[in-house]
Design a protein around this ligand. Structure first.
Ligand code: ZN
Length: 90
């Protein structure tokens, strides 16, 4: 019977752990997306030409009474469809 759970098994597919900090009453996890590209939210065209990086924080998700902070480091990509109104897509 398996009893241990690896940290990466708790994350959605495509995210990897960059950092983990455990303090009394608080856990902070930093993750990044390993995506090499994404589809434009407007045109649907796939792009792998990176534009920039940005951070999003999801805070105070209680887990057995412990405060959990999740920092997601994501990338934004250019849309290469010349007729598309969006320049970038997350
Ligand atoms: Zn587009």
């Amino acid at each position: 019977m398996r009893t241990a759970v690896e940290a990466h098994e708790l994350l959605p597919r495509g995210l990897r752990i960059e950092g983990l900090s455990i303090e009394p009453g608080r856990v902070s996890i930093s993750v990044s997306s390993g995506a090499e590209g994404c589809g434009c939210q407007l045109s649907g065209r796939h792009s792998s030409r990176a534009h920039s990086r940005y951070h999003r924080n999801v805070s105070d998700l209680p887990w057995h009474g412990i405060s959990v902070e999740l920092e997601v480091r994501a990338r934004r990509f250019f849309c290469d469809d010349p007729s598309c109104e969006r320049v970038t897509s997350p």
